[in-house]
Each structure stands twice: as structure tokens, then as C-alpha cells.
Design a protein around this ligand. Sequence first.
Ligand code: TMP
Ligand code: MG
Length: 299
Amino acid sequence: MCSILSNILQRYEKPEAVKIKNPERVEELIKNMAADGPGALQMITDFDMTLTRFHQDGEKCDTCHGILHSSSLMSEEFKKRSQDLFNKYYPIEIDHTMTVEEKIPYMLKWYEESHETLTTFPFEKKHLTEMVKTSRILFRDGAVEMLEALNEKQVPVMVFSAGVGDILEEVLRKFNSYHSNTKVVSNSMEFNDEGRLIGFKGPLIHMFNKNEKAIRQSQPKYFENLSHRGNVLLLGDSLGDVDMVEGVMEPGAVIKIGFLNTKIEERLESFMNSFDIVLIDDQSMDFINLILTHVLKLK
Ligand code: TMP
Ligand code: MG
């Protein structure tokens, strides 16, 4: 009998959108997480299309890179070049017939060409705030409340992204969600003394190397400092996101939740094999917030 899970599903608006390969196991994991409480928990979450919405009112929302690609502050030539790159490489990123190993060389090429394009055109640090303010980037419904509740209970949140750290930090600020419990691991822009973008610094994080090694390079002691927090809620929208949990010391109850935003039929099976819970075209954090109600003992 999965009583906690049934209770959550009853209170969730779209139970048919929830796919769970092994409900008994998930029930057990939620039970253990709740028994251990917030002091044993951490969250590791992807940013683009996970914390943020995939679409709203029939229109696709922005991603970190998308903000740059669509901003009125960027030239038409830059936008066209970036869009061409997206149209060429994104279908490869989500192609269910290719292996990750086959995809990686294309993804590296994408980042190389994308970063090269970005530094070819004038881009200034001072534009970041304005770009984010006028963008179509939106958090999923309930994401602000989720981050607030986690901060209140002092549960650490790692936002791990193959996007652009400078932009995602600005987005977190825009939604008043850059709390003290939050660490960002992502790609960092490098500006010269005049504030002009000259490249990216630090090791490249792409969608298929979001793993322990990348975290160690960016936040060397992160998981060591959290060694007493073996319970993890992991959120992602890409198969590469499940590796984000690799560095966790002494993992306990680890629940991996995947948002399946697009190409649903083709990718459902692989998502169900990789994530414990799959949410189909859900633009909210409602399901996660219902789990947290149990785990954080919220009213
Ligand atoms: P993430 O959601 O796993 O952090 O991955 C970042 C996303 O950014 C990934 O889906 C690819 C996308 N992307 C762009 O949209 N434009 C770009 O120029 C590059 C390099 C990546
Ligand atoms: Mg993503």
C-alpha cells in the first residue's frame, strides 16, 4: 500500500501526468526522507526547463542562452547565427536514437561556436539586468515557494546548469530567490576592465558532464561539507541531469524527478528508466511541493 504516494496523487491536479516505474520504492524513499527530516536533505536542481517553465500560453519560454538570443539589445545578425546553431544542435541533444558518447562531440562544438559568436558581437555586463528583466524566462508555478521553503528549513540547494551562470543568477535575483542556502555551479562569463565580454572562464559545463568532477572543480568541498545530508531531491529535464547526484557522500534516500517537456512519446521509456518520477508536460512544482510538505513537515 503506497499511502503517502496515493495521498500526494489525490492532492495533485494532474495525476495522469505522473509516471512512476516503481511506486513501492518511491513510497519507501519518501518515508525515509520524511523520517530523517530536513537536516538530512539537500536539493540538486538543473536550471533551464527545470526550475524554469518550458512554455506558457502556447509560446516557448526563454532559457539562459535564449535570453541572449532573443534580446533587443543584441544585433539581428547575432540572433540569426545563434538560432541557426540552436536549430542544428538542439535536435541532437534530445535525439533518442543517439548515445551520450555520440552526442558529446556535437555538444562541444555547439558551445565552442556559441561562445565564439557571443564574443564576436559587443556585449556588456551592464546589459545583463535589462536583458533578464525584459526576457520571457519564467519560473515554474510554485518554484519560488519551493525555494523559499527550502531556505526556511536551511536545506542546501545546488543549481547546476550548463547554461550561463551570470544570467541564471540574475534570474534568481529577479524572482527574489537567490537565498543564502543556494550555490550555483555553471559557466561564468569573463569581462574586461571596460565591462565587455571577452570569453568564459573556468572549466566548461555542458549538458553531459554535469557530474561530480565538474562540481569538484567549481565547489571543491561542497559535498564533503554536506556529508551528513545523504538524502537528495534531484530535479532535471535531461537524461544528463541524473549524473548531478554522483558526488553525494553516503547517499541515502535519493529521489530523481524528471520533467519530460517535449518529444514525450519517444523519450518516456528512457526517462522512466533514469528518473524515479517522471512529470509529463507539467509547468509547475506542485508535485515536488507536495513531497516537501511531508518531508519538511510543512502545514
Ligand atoms: P541545462 O538545462 O542542462 O543546464 O543545459 C543548458 C541548455 O542550454 C541545453 O539544453 C542547451 C542549451 N543551449 C542553448 O540554448 N544555446 C546555446 O548556445 C548553448 C551552448 C546551449
Ligand atoms: Mg535543463
